[in-house]
Design a protein around this ligand. Structure first.
Ligand code: UD1
Length: 355
């Protein structure tokens, strides 16, 4: 039983579900409803060929306690009535930790896709979610080699950890021919040369003063090149209140579906983000990525990719440099980010279920 809740879960699960289908596994999909707007959810199911969820728990938004509590109650009902042999969870969102916790208490084994990533920043809800989920998982499916060491350091037995590669990159590589930057430029009226920005982390957008400071620096980037921003619903109000669109070079879009979004990323001169997945996707696409965060749980995108961490103050000079020096050559790719993580995960799962 796959538990999916938020946008990045959908991108990671698609190749795993496809590979398990090929392997002959009986599968069910529970959508928790953490993300519910058509542009944050439905469009991803349609574009990625995900099966219609067997159930949508409709938990919706709320504070951490409210949302997690609704997730726990809804998931316990599903797991109890359907008795899955294994629960699969993805990434680091609230739906992930909730599903792992409920399954563990019901003695249902959990497989965690994207185990072992660590920012070592416990002020991020995702770091809490990752650490707890990994402790509760019978199978830790690791995307990046350093994850193996992080899990070992936390006492997770090596027999539970498997380096399988990155299923988000499976999805990227499988759809490469669909990312038509010309079409997306025409359809969304994007300029010839632009920087694409996405920001949604609580640390960047929740406090109005921080959102205002960020907007000032984003305007600094827009002084250098047009800035295209598909705005995540979290932070939309604060960013707009801070005057995000009060600059002639800023173009605000609603959230995009997967295909249009990655096409827009592919066509960008550079990316500014605080997303986790986008650090990985730009690494494979060879687009310079400036991550507006003090840390990353994905350091391999710095050592083997195009990513660079920047403070607010460093953002404009770093963008200038990225725009001047162009796209770095993609000479190294993180190991096993090769489009075959889904089948590797399916192999581990089938072997485990067989035992
Ligand atoms: C969640 C994840 C984050 C991930 C992000 C990807 C947690 C703790 N955070 O953050 O790790 O990077 O998803 O997008 O799980 N909203 C809508 N429509 C939706 C969904 C959300 O309007 O379909 C708005 C609501 O105002 C909601 C807010 O966005 O309160 C935040 O949504 P939530 O799911 O709590 O967290 P995200 O910020 O989306």
């Amino acid at each position: 039983m796959h538990v999916l809740g938020a946008r990045p879960n959908f991108v990671k699960a698609a190749p795993v579900i496809a590979a398990l289908r090929t392997a002959g596994a009986e599968q069910a999909v529970v959508h928790t409803g953490q993300h519910y707007d058509a542009r944050m959810s439905e469009i991803f199911f349609a574009e990625l060929g995900l099966p219609e969820p067997d159930v949508n728990l409709g938990v919706g938004s709320g504070g951490h306690a409210e949302q997690t509590a609704a997730l726990l109650i809804g998931l316990e009902g599903e797991f109890t009535s359907r008795s899955p042999a294994l629960v699969m969870v993805y990434g680091d969102v609230n739906s992930t930790i909730a599903a792992a916790l409920v399954a563990a208490k019901l003695h249902i084994p959990v497989a965690h896709v994207e185990a072992g990533l660590r920012s070592f920043d416990m002020t991020m809800p995702e770091e809490v979610n990752r650490r707890v989920t990994d402790q509760l998982s019978a199978l830790c499916l690791v995307t990046s080699p350093e994850g193996i060491g992080h899990l070992a350091a936390e006492g997770v037995p090596v027999s539970r950890t498997h380096l399988v590669g990155n299923p988000m990159i499976d999805t990227l590589l499988a759809n490469l021919d669909s990312f038509d930057t010309g079409r997306v430029r025409a359809e969304h009226g994007l300029p010839e040369r632009y920087v694409l920005a996405t920001v949604h982390r609580p640390a960047n957008v929740d406090a109005p003063e921080t959102a205002s400071a960020l907007v000032r620096h984003l305007h600094g980037v827009a002084d250098l090149a047009d800035l295209v921003i598909p705005v995540h619903p979290r932070g939309r109000a604060n960013l707009l209140a801070a005057g995000l669109d009060d600059h002639p070079g800023v173009q605000i879009l609603d959230p995009l579906g997967y295909i249009d979004f990655i096409a827009a990323v592919r066509g960008a001169a550079a990316v500014v983000t605080d997303s986790g997945g986008l650090q990985e996707e730009t690494t494979i696409l060879g687009v310079p990525c400036l991550t507006v965060r003090p840390n990353t749980e994905r350091p391999i995108t710095i050592t083997h990719g195009t990513n660079r961490l920047v403070t607010f103050e460093e953002l404009v000079p770093a963008a200038r440099k990225a725009l001047e020096s162009g796209t770095p050559p993609a000479d190294r790719r993180p190991p096993l980010w090769d489009g075959h993580a889904g089948p590797r995960i399916a192999e581990v799962i089938m072997e485990y279920l067989g035992e």
